[in-house]
Design a protein around this ligand. Structure first.
Ligand code: PLP
Length: 223
């Protein structure tokens, strides 16, 4: 517990520093602690330390954890690639989906009875297996989301490509976000920044940081 508390506090203070250096208020930032591959007990410890936002990337891991922790007031964020056939099940516990990457997924998720906040994920690489929509198809997907019952578009999500300067990648996302806001002025949020690059993300306007190992310690290997 103590080590976890220490790591959480040191990441929080690094986020505060980055916000200050960017001339921003840390209160504009939501820190999502990514607990993939960790047991529900770790999520419970995080909640006891005041964490309210939890990120998971695989439905088969996330669903049992969320089911074990319904007594806690947590916001579950789904951040991984999502198969359309799992969409309805993910909607049962996730309040925010960060990985909208195609129109068919929007059809599977949309429901007037299940309000969902979502981010469109941008693929900044040429590798289609990385997840995310290519920038050329961005406007079409934005139109699709805003026409979908129950879905609110918060903004864009991205992962900085390996081997690229993260600040450059995040600046690109910030620019793409202008194209989104031209269609939906309220979709101002940016989900970007992980353990290794959250400072760069804050400097480029991130509002939602997805931080795993810097807080949780090393992940157990995928089950
Ligand atoms: C695992 C993961 C993270 C967190 O990564 P860390 O490097 O452990 O901070 C963030 N975003 C996505 C999409 C992830 O899959």
């Amino acid at each position: 517990m103590t080590e976890l508390a220490d790591r959480l506090a040191s990441v929080q203070s690094a986020i505060d520093d980055a916000a200050r250096d960017a001339g921003r208020s840390a209160s504009e930032l939501t820190t999502i602690v990514v607990t993939k591959f960790h047991p529900a007990s770790l999520v419970r410890e995080l909640a006891a330390l005041g964490v309210t936002d939890i990120g998971e990337n695989r439905h088969q891991d996330a669903a049992p954890k969320a089911a074990q922790l319904t007594d806690l007031d947590l916001t579950w964020h789904f951040i991984g690639q999502l198969q359309s056939k799992k969409a309805r099940q993910v909607r049962e516990y996730a309040r925010v989906i960060h990985s909208i990457d195609r129109e068919s997924l929007v059809d599977s998720l949309a429901s007037a009875e299940h309000p969902l906040d979502c981010f469109i994920q941008i693929n900044l690489t040429d590798d289609p297996s990385r997840g995310g929509v290519h920038a050329t198809d961005l406007e079409l997907l934005v139109e699709k989301v805003i026409g979908a019952p129950g879905m609110t578009l918060l903004g864009l999500m991205a992962v900085a490509p390996l081997g690229e300067e993260p600040r450059q990648a995040f600046a690109e996302v910030r620019q793409l976000s202008e194209r989104v806001r031209a269609i939906v002025p309220t979709a101002t949020k940016l989900s970007m920044g992980m353990s290794g690059d959250f400072r760069e993300a804050v400097l480029e306007g991130a509002t939602h940081l997805r931080i795993g190992t810097a807080i949780t310690g090393n992940r157990p290997s995928p089950g």
